[in-house]
Design a protein around this ligand. Structure first.
Ligand code: PFF
Length: 535
């Protein structure tokens, strides 16, 4: 490259995290979410407990840790150039070996996918946050404590009740908007510093309660029995589906393949230690997931309802547990703490996706943060409407739109994004990954981690998962024009197709938008197909 061609773009004044503790708590807040306390228990229960934890731990080692390191690296690297979004980051990496003209295509594809994730996952995730806020309130006021009330029916009534659904959803969104508008330090960091310690405290209180439950209903059922279900490895019972779900859970719980780890990492200083911080984020997340998340819902359900209780699937948190809060000593308080814990967990995660979209508007379109934040608020209302009104309009509880969007965007797309990230980092980035990731690090990432794991093991493992998931999706009929899960419910077909349309629309707009943004800043070098801007 001709050094004379190197031009400097004006220095961007990027916000930084205020303190190290604040950064770690914000990142932990990002990762520790509904995935840990709501999704993990039912995934583990549905996939055989002890048979789930084995692929889970393997996926953590083979995919979770390497991708987390890669994402922190990408974020800090992009932050150096003033970028907080993934399209630019991947463009900057890929241009080294692929040259700018091809790099912009890959950057735009991944940018589009991440816009798909941050717009559409939050379209339903914000609703679940709303439910948790609603249930905190309804548990505290004792709304379902009457023994005559069936908690399954109560939940269905809840999601079909526009007053509940809209009040708590919009309230949660308004809190999010308020927090994000205040910026990185005063908004996101401040809320994480407040909410995360409380979340862990509530978690400990609930775990303590679990250990003092004994066998309240049946001498054969105890909380410890529930724990041993989760922790007894049953190698022979591991199915390919359990293994795939375990990999999906690792992506979801660590917030990888979503672009939001990179976004947070783009606000750190250039020689901050990202290796220790990545490992701290993973540790805090896994502690919250397997120790706290795994020791609350499953053991409580097992102690009161036995094996049947933990097979409850998605309804574990909102149907099985409320049933127990009704009869357990101090159940109203315990139940309120549980739903507030879910609310805090969800809030500090959703804020990361919210901020990702705000970054697009502030950095690419140069809008003031406040305006950007209001726009994202409106956008989330728009994309969340179908999720909110489906149950109300159809008078069913199938949540077909939600299910379809979650299947594709919340599960499948994350893995595709992870695969592209790791291939670009392992194969197309010229600057040595090790040098980049280890700058300022106390513990250095060893050479084999790059040469063996990031280059070969992780991409191959992800590819394997992707092929497996595609096969399972075909078998389970998700590729069909009318997917199998709504075959017998024709009135829900438009909701599924609406979900598909929303996905296509968001991806298309995301692609065009990202392409234009990259071109806007790197147009010269794309035209000449040579790298001109380097920092
Ligand atoms: N790691 C998060 C969780 O476990 O819930 C994933 C996440 C979902 C983050 C939705 C942000 C979000 F808006």
């Amino acid at each position: 490259m001709d050094p004379n061609l190197v031009t400097k773009t004006p220095k961007t004044s990027r916000e930084n995290w205020g303190t190290k503790v604040g950064l770690i708590l914000a990142m932990a807040g990002n990762a520790v979410g509904l995935g840990n306390f709501w999704r993990f228990p039912y995934q583990a229960a549905k996939n055989g407990g002890g048979a789930f934890m084995i692929p889970y731990i393997i996926a953590l080692l083979v995919m979770g840790i390497p991708i987390m390191l890669v994402e922190w690296m990408q974020g800090r690297y992009g932050g150096k150039y003033g970028h907080g979004t993934l399209g630019y980051m991947v463009y900057l990496q890929a241009r080294e070996k692929l040259r700018p003209k091809k790099a912009i295509i890959i950057g735009s594809i991944i940018g589009a996918m991440v816009i798909g994730v941050t717009v559409l996952v939050n379209s339903y995730y914000n609703h679940i946050i709303g439910w948790t806020l609603g249930y905190s309130f309804l548990t505290a006021t004792g709304a379902y404590m009457d023994p005559a009330i069936n908690t399954g029916q109560f939940f269905v009534d809840y999601i079909q009740n526009p007053v509940y659904v809209f009040t708590f959803w919009i309230l949660s969104l308004a809190f999010l908007a308020f927090a994000v508008t205040r910026g990185i330090q005063k908004g996101i960091e401040a809320w994480a510093k407040f909410m995360m310690p409380i979340l862990y405290l509530f978690g400990f209180i609930l775990v303590f309660k679990v250990f003092t439950l004994g066998s309240p209903v049946n001498p054969d059922w105890s909380a410890l029995g529930g724990l041993s279900y989760l922790w007894t490895p049953r190698w022979s019972e591991i199915t390919p589906i359990a293994a795939l779900n375990a990999c999906g859970q690792i992506f979801f719980t660590l917030s990888i393949g979503m672009g939001i780890i990179q976004n947070y990492a783009s606000y750190i200083k250039q020689d901050d230690d990202i290796v220790t911080s990545s490992l701290a984020t993973i540790s805090l997340n896994e502690f919250a997931e397997v120790i706290l998340g795994g020791t609350i819902a499953i053991p409580i359900a097992y102690a009161f309802l036995g094996m049947d209780g933990i097979k409850g699937g998605v309804g574990l948190s909102f149907i099985a547990l409320p049933n127990i809060f009704k009869v357990m000593g101090g159940g109203r308080l315990i139940g309120t703490l549980w739903f507030l814990l879910l609310f805090f967990a969800g809030f500090t995660s959703a804020i990361a996706m919210y901020n990702y979209l705000v970054s697009i508007f502030t950095e690419d379109v140069k809008l003031p943060r406040k305006v950007a934040s209001m726009l994202v608020f409106g956008l989330y209302i728009l994309v969340g409407l179908p999720v909110g009104i489906e149950a109300i309009v159809t008078k069913t509880d199938a949540l077909a739109y939600f299910t379809e969007v979650d299947n594709w965007v919340g599960s499948y797309l994350l893995v595709v994004v992870g695969l592209i990230e790791i291939i670009i980092t392992g194969w197309f980035m010229k600057d040595d990954f090790l040098e980049e990731v280890n700058r300022g690090a106390y513990w250095k990432v060893p050479g084999w981690m790059y040469n063996v794991v990031i280059k070969f093991v992780t991409p191959l493992a992800i590819l394997f998962v992707l092929i497996g998931s595609t096969y399972v999706y075909i078998q389970q009929g998700y590729f069909k024009l009318v997917p199998s899960f709504v075959e017998k419910l024709p009135e829900l077909v438009p909701w599924v197709n609406g979900g598909r349309l929303a996905i296509l629309l968001v991806l298309t707009i995301g692609f065009v938008g990202t392409y234009r943004s990259i071109k806007n800043i790197y147009g010269e070098e794309i035209k000449s197909n040579k790298i001109l801007i380097r920092k």
